[in-house]
Design a protein. Sequence first.
Length: 328
Amino acid sequence: MTDPDITPESDLRTGHATQAARLYYFQDMTMAAIGRELGVSRSTVSRLITFARASGLVEIKISTPLGQAPRIERAFADLYDIRAHVVPVSETVDELQRLDRVATFAGRLLTSFFESDMVMGVAWGTTVSAVSRKLAPKRTHNSTVVQLNGAANTRTTGVSYATDIIKTFADAYGAVAQGFPVPAFFDYPETRRHLWRERSIKRVLELQDRMNLAVFSIGVMSGAVPSHVYSAGYLEPEDGAELRRDGVVGDIATVFLRSDGSYDRIALNDRSSGPSLDRLKAVPRRVAIVAGESKLDALTAALRGGLITDLVIDDISAANLVLRSLRP
């Protein structure tokens, strides 16, 4: 019995992995039986099936029958008319471990949402960066991943940070990566208005307008895992004071909102490079990824504003948010 050459670069490996996966998942054959049919060892079959899953040849999806979703997920549907994906997390894990669990789940879930001929918009940040490292590969064609907000600030260009996230998303799906080389916040609103008229920038904005899917987290000023926009020098002290005066509780793609979900007449939004939240609401599927109770006030605001269609959240935070929402 001779094992095939299963080096990662080999087309032979992909062919054998596809065949093994079909027999395993569609024919319910054991690994030993598949090995006999393919003329390879059982351990080779195991490696081939693992490769099929890791490379995106196989996608695993769990479907919940109508009316049988877990109680907390049903509560989110009833309260906010969204689809919640609640991630079980032990109470003993720290905040970084909680983020890692939620990011792992989100990375797998996004693979089932993103298809060929689609445009995905991605807002950079601490949580989304964690998700980018957990993406399950999937082969698509004629697809694009576009950056939603600029990343430069007065201390750094921010280009490498944001570009790495966008490129990692694009590479996972075989998509084209489109950056957005503008500041996170402009010094003057009129500068943004003038730059938005440039053809090179308009091309990116038009691509954003074609989004089928938007991926983002909720930024907050404090917490065990600080949001990147607040911890990496994007805002001056006077900006923070202004946001507090405006009643801001958080942001989506560097666009700020209040606790009631409103976002109009917030001065800093006129200088933000992120998409207006009205534009964001026009995207068919809007996936928010949240880990930790420190984001619950801002998340509640986003839910009240109708900015989310799908939410990935840890079970502890989800339960706390539902309890808050049900209090008189």
